[in-house]
Write a protein that binds this ligand. Structure first.
Ligand code: IPM
Ligand code: MN
Length: 356
């Protein structure tokens, strides 16, 4: 196949981890005879520095004209520590999600056998945990208007806004995932307090009869935060609004042992974006120590979800699993073994694929 991939490395460790994912994509493509054409785009703080805009039109055009987007990370402490910055790198990511209509963010959580001991949770709790978090990505408090400050600057406000149609389209996807998995769907909300959550619950309840085989459970987000840690194996598919999904998936990464292991796929109306769930980890930028696995797994998801090339995805997954089993791991998950660098992990995975 001929495939056009947009590469958006972004900030912090983004360029290093995307570089490794690209090498893995190249190795797999060579093996299976695909021709890849990459186009690189600016996003985040680097884009602000070069163009003043965290998601320049040119980058959007590149994304729209590609078959998939491989994304690194966004964020820079220069902006984190300046609450009054007129433009922020994160606005680039949000603009990209909105403009590409990426309403669903799929965040699979599963464990690696040889890393179970890395989780701070008891082995018997996490061994075999395997669930999919479906996070709504273009609505809620991230995008709701009004948002801002009062004239005197002493009051600030954000608005959480959801329409029924937005809820239906994300819940439909979640129900469909539940149907092809273990047929259990947990709908996470805060319906005891929030009007948007009550609309979610009412809307989802009306959809239930369309999926008679799916067991549906409603859970308040505070309870879900606890259940995730107490019994992660009880979850199959979880669907929730934008901010709850953001928070719960960082929490869920503790189950696997490191935030550096969780990939995601953002899908919607236009080109899909594949990105690790972690941030730009500025402390590690340029040091060649960051874990590239979440991004390489995101590339596996890209083959599977965007190109429907399952064998290619499976080969990447196999290579990652073998690398972890062989202790070829970065410092975040190296315990009792010497840590490898970002590029050494990439080298090993590329070599493994080439040797197949
Ligand atoms: C994520 C990130 C982003 C988010 C930030 C960088 C805007 O935390 O993808 O989870 O909050 O969605
Ligand atoms: Mn997040």
């Amino acid at each position: 196949m001929k495939l056009n991939i947009a590469l958006l490395p972004g900030d912090g460790i983004g360029p290093e981890i995307v570089e490794q994912a690209k090498r893995v994509v190249d190795a797999v493509s060579e093996k299976f005879g695909h021709e890849i054409n990459y186009t690189e785009g600016l996003v985040g703080a680097v884009a602000i520095d070069k163009t003043g805009n965290p998601y320049p039109d040119k980058t959007h055009d590149i994304c729209m004209n590609s078959d998939a987007v491989l994304f690194g990370a966004i964020g820079d402490p220069r902006f984190d520590n300046d609450p009054n910055a007129p433009v922020r790198p994160e606005q680039g990511l949000l603009a990209m999600r909105k403009k590409l209509g990426l309403y669903a963010n799929l965040r699979p959580v599963n464990t690696f056998k040889s890393l179970i001991h890395k989780s701070p949770l008891k082995t018997e709790l996490v061994d075999g945990a395997d669930f999919m978090c479906v996070r709504e990505l273009t609505g809620g408090i991230y995008f709701g208007k009004p948002q801002g400050r009062s004239e005197d600057g002493n009051t600030a406000y954000d608005s959480s806004v959801y329409s029924k149609d937005e809820i239906i389209r994300i819940c439909k996807l979640a129900f469909e995932y539940a149907m092809v998995r273990r047929k259990k769907l947990t709908i996470v909300d805060k319906a005891n307090v929030l009007a948007t959550s009550r609309l979610w619950r009412e809307t989802a309840q009306k959809m239930e009869p369309d999926y008679p085989e799916v067991t549906v459970e409603y859970m308040f987000v505070d309870n879900a935060a606890m259940q995730l840690i107490q019994g992660p194996k009880n979850f199959d598919v979880m669907v929730t609004e934008n901010m709850f999904g953001d928070i719960l998936t960082d929490e869920a990464s503790v189950i696997t042992g490191s935030l550096g292991l969780l990939p995601s796929a953002s899908i919607g109306l236009h080109t899909s974006v594949f990105e690790p769930i972690h941030g730009s980890y500025p402390q590690a930028a340029g040091k060649n120590i960051a874990n590239p696995v979440a991004t390489i797994l995101s590339a596996a998801m890209m083959f599977e979800y965007a190109f429907k090339l399952m064998d290619e995805g499976a080969m990447i997954r196999e290579a990652i699993e073998k690398s972890i089993d062989s202790n070829i791991v970065t410092e975040d998950i190296a315990e009792g073994v010497s840590a490898k660098t970002t590029s050494e992990v990439g080298d090993w995975i590329v070599d493994y694929i080439k040797s197949k």
